[in-house]
Design a binder for this molecule. Structure first.
Ligand SMILES: Cc1cc2nc3c(=O)[nH]c(=O)nc-3n(C[C@H](O)[C@H](O)[C@H](O)COP(=O)(O)OP(=O)(O)OC[C@H]3O[C@@H](n4cnc5c(N)ncnc54)[C@H](O)[C@@H]3O)c2cc1C
Length: 415
């Protein structure tokens, strides 16, 4: 078995972090890695991996212990998911969509101040979702993106939830809905309207679980992308879908506050790519040592050029790990400006360096290493997708970092 990405002693992991990361690594290395090529080739959803995740208890990783789950906080989840990403990027990315529904409603909201009545409502609501996950192995997706400025946080969502007797009537379109056609529930962000003429406002963003089998839910369009093919991120249509009141994942009005107080939540898309970064180095080392299964045992490690190249990769990996680990360790409600800027820097670093490491791995290992029979070319394609994930794309991270570095809150150049 491979070494942990973050050695528990060296990085000071808690016993729970050490246990869950080891569990995820063992499962992903033994079961997910051998299946990854086929899911990628066929662009199909890793259903068998999800059966394993349910059986191992990891589907409930962020469900609080009091509710029967494994009770992981954000950092523990991130470290665990990185070990999955190392062996199957698509499984780790879709796992993030599923786990987010529990992380938002569990540890993150448990750390925020809420009125007693709101907290009671949250606890009643979340029990329903947690029970479905733990008892029935239900999978939750997280379709936010719509192709406009809403997923970047600049505009109200175009998908609407209109209040009707006993529930909400949902209409709208979500693009890149990972797990589409495979999730049991779509945890959608939409704009709540008390009447059809209500103004669309980001303050009224609502987080609600739409059952995949409800009337009016449709999955449309092809899925044949460059990378992360096993995520099956097709387009989702909600056409007059009725959803009962108890389907809300958070009490009305809580999501906008939660997102404002908990910016590190948007880093949860990074573990897949932290894992891919490690996988690129793992592969290169094995290849240069002549130890890749299925390949002739030809050693290439004695060439100084290869030693230099692998050293360059190792430096980049350690830099990436260190910054990511530090940013993830600082995750808390209302982080300081310095901490938030580090989170953007870490997000940018992981997403860009995963792809940089993949291309260095291909250059270093050479032509035989990029054949479809080996994982490297998949790592290269999957790693390219990280920078595109809203709301913290690589571009938007630079945008926010540039402004954050040069301006203090409230400053402008008008005077
Ligand atoms: C494999 C994969 C899986 C995905 N899974 C999901 C999922 O499960 N759920 C989900 O909600 N989304 C998902 N997404 C979508 C993803 O988060 C983005 O929403 C999507 O990639 C944006 O694509 P776009 O072409 O619409 O980008 P655009 O909105 O056209 O943006 C293009 C780029 O312009 C920049 N940009 C965007 N808005 C602004 C702005 N206002 N100001 C300045 N710059 C801006 C950003 O850097 C962005 O990358 C997934 C994407 C991929 C590739």
């Amino acid at each position: 078995m491979t070494h942990p990405i973050f050695d528990p002693d060296a990085w000071g992991l808690t016993p729970k972090q050490a246990e869950l990361t080891a569990k995820a690594r063992a499962l992903a290395e033994a079961n997910f890695a051998p299946r990854a090529a086929q899911y990628d080739r066929d662009a199909t959803f890793p259903t068998e991996n999800y059966s394993d995740l349910a059986e191992s208890g990891l589907l409930g990783i962020c469900i609080p212990e009091a509710e029967g789950g494994l009770g992981a906080d954000l950092k523990t989840y991130m470290l665990t998911a990185a070990e999955i990403g190392r062996f199957c990027g698509s499984t780790a990315l879709t796992f993030n969509m599923h786990v987010s529904s529990c992380l938002w409603t569990g540890d993150l909201l448990d750390q925020l101040e809420l009125d007693d009545s709101v907290r009671d409502e949250l606890h009643t609501q979340r029990k329903l979702h947690y029970r479905r996950i733990l008892k029935d192995g239900a999978i939750y997706a997280q379709p936010f993106s719509e192709g406009g400025a809403a997923a970047a946080g600049f505009k109200a969502f175009g998908t609407t939830a209109l209040k009707v007797d006993g529930g909400w009537r949902i209409n709208g379109k979500k693009i890149f809905a990972s797990l589409s056609g495979h999730a049991n529930f779509y945890g959608a962000l939409c704009t709540a309207l008390m009447s059809p003429d209500d103004e669309h406002s980001r303050r009224n963003t609502m987080y609600i679980a739409v059952p995949a089998d409800a009337d009016g839910v449709k999955v449309v369009g092809d899925w044949d992308p460059l990378g992360m093919r096993g995520t099956v991120s097709r387009t989702l249509l909600f056409e007059d879908v009725f959803v009962p009141d108890e389907a809300q994942l958070m009490p009305h009005g809580v999501y906008p506050d939660a997102a404002r107080h908990w910016p590190h939540m948007f880093m949860t898309l990074t573990p897949s790519y932290m894992g891919i970064a490690q996988a690129c180095v793992d592969f290169t080392v094995a290849y240069l040592r002549g130890e890749v299964p299925g390949m002739p045992p030809v050693k290439r490690r004695m060439y100084p050029t290869k030693q230099l190249a692998v050293a360059q990769m190792q430096v980049m990996l350690e830099q990436t790990k260190a910054l990511w680990f530090q940013a993830v360790s600082e995750a808390r409600p209302d982080p300081s400006k310095d901490s938030l800027m580090r989170a953007w820097a870490a997000q940018h670093t992981v997403m860009e360096n995963a792809n940089e490491l993949a291309q260095l791995a291909i250059r270093t290992c050479g032509g035989q290493a990029m054949l479809k029979s080996l994982p490297l070319e998949r790592l290269y394609r999957d790693s390219r997708c990280g920078s595109l994930m809203l709301p913290w794309t690589a571009e938007l991270c630079l945008d926010m970092l540039g402004k954050g570095t040069l301006y203090e809150p409230g400053e402008n150049d008008d005077d």
